[in-house]
Design a protein around this ligand. Structure first.
Ligand code: ATP
Ligand code: AMP
Ligand code: MG
Length: 206
């Protein structure tokens, strides 16, 4: 038997600075993939953390998760990763893709929390970790324009630049731990469709 540990289905983790457009690109990618006969199950890591945190009466809003206690966030991460893989395992076959919408780092008041530490990455066992990137100035502008979310604590253009840098280090470290590809995809201004296209082209060759 192979000593390479994988999940039965393919796993692609999509990361990037808050507001860069992960959720937008994944939603477009899912639609385009369907048209090509590829099955993508897109799950948002924050949804799973939020559901448990709400059940525990800790908060009511996804932008409060990064303000929870450090150890509390570690517990929520572990539970989220386990639940996602279980759910995907009930639906997906070898040919299908679990796409995880998440973060390589989370900026918390005490410091950068790795989004894919050992207790998460060894459960997800991704084939590919994608870093969605864009010009820091454009990301800061997207954060400001989007009134559906609270993103004013990321430090503007300079803060975004630092999160991009930390995310690259973190993604690579997680990739080394389980053996994953790390792929950068640019989500240029007004071109989310092209980013989605590029994402599908990449994963379809896995
Ligand atoms: P978070 O990590 O906080 O969930 P995200 O990376 O999922 O953020 P989105 O919610 O997808 O980001 O997008 C943030 C905002 O940027 C939205 O208003 C979205 O419409 C816009 N946006 C996404 N992609 C682009 C693009 N290529 N050009 C311009 N605006 C974009
Ligand atoms: P999102 O909608 O992607 O911004 O997710 C909502 C929130 O969930 C994020 O702002 C983080 O606080 C939290 N979150 C998402 N993914 C992770 C992760 N892998 N590790 C820790 N926290 C995460
Ligand atoms: Mg999102």
């Amino acid at each position: 038997m192979s000593s390479v540990r994988r999940n039965k289905f393919k796993v692609v983790i999509v990361t990037g600075v808050p507001g860069v457009g992960k959720t937008t690109v994944l939603s477009l990618a899912q639609r385009k993939a369907n048209e090509r006969g590829l099955k993508l199950k897109v799950l948002n890591f924050g949804d799973y953390m939020l559901e448990n945190a709400v059940k525990k009466g800790l908060l009511s809003n996804r932008d409060q998760i990064r303000y929870l206690s450090f150890r509390g966030q570690l517990e929520l991460q572990a539970a989220a990763a386990t639940a996602m893989v279980e759910e995907a395992g009930r639906e997906l076959s070898e040919r299908d893709f679990l796409m995880v919408d998440t973060h390589a780092v989370v900026k918390t008041p005490l410091g950068y929390l790795p989004g894919l530490p050992s207790h998460v990455i060894t459960i997800l066992k991704p084939d590919m970790i994608v870093l969605v990137e864009a010009d820091p100035k454009e990301i800061a502008a997207r954060q400001q324009r989007d009134s559906t979310r609270y993103r004013s604590d990321f430090g503007g253009e300079e803060g975004v630049r630092e999160i991009i840098e930390m995310s690259r280090y973190a993604a690579m470290a997680s990739a080394v731990e389980v053996g994953s590809l790390v792929t950068i995809i640019r989500n240029a201004e007004g071109k989310a469709g092209e980013a989605a296209e590029q994402l599908i082209n990449m994963i379809s060759k896995l």
